[in-house]
Design a protein around this ligand. Sequence first.
Ligand SMILES: [Zn+2]
Ligand SMILES: [Zn+2]
Length: 165
Amino acid sequence: MSGFNKQLQVIPRIAWILGVVAYLCLSILLFAVALPGDRHMSEWNPIGKILFAFGIPLFMIVFVLLVGYVYGDAKRRGMPYVMWTLLAFFIPDGIGIILYFILRKPMPRPCPGCSQEVPSGFVFCPHCGTPLQPTCPSCGHAVERGWANCPSCGTKLPSQPGRAA
Ligand SMILES: [Zn+2]
Ligand SMILES: [Zn+2]
């Protein structure tokens, strides 16, 4: 799945490193300190101990990678990525991460004029001024293709502005 691989590339390398380090620390801590220290758990059979110590902390990796994904994805979407990374990390139960996926903005599109990435919703390219959306000839507000009248000023719009999409 190339789409999934592309998504993985959004995660910064530091998140992979942090995830693996956090995972190893937690596993070793569980295996070497928590398990032998607990009267009940120290009686488990060795395979159960290994599964527990190296399985539970897998959630740690997934969590760190998700926070890393929020960072990289918010950055490429032109969102306040520091704030979203902190929210994703500190709001418990992954609610910050879920909120991010609900509220994230659409991907920026390349400008047809200069091919720089422009956040969606912009009417003109901030770099070269190319119109990204048809506008009302009277008041300049963005209009949709196929509208007969401008919703802002009521001006009758030309049937189809001759602009190749
Ligand atoms: Zn442009
Ligand atoms: Zn108008």
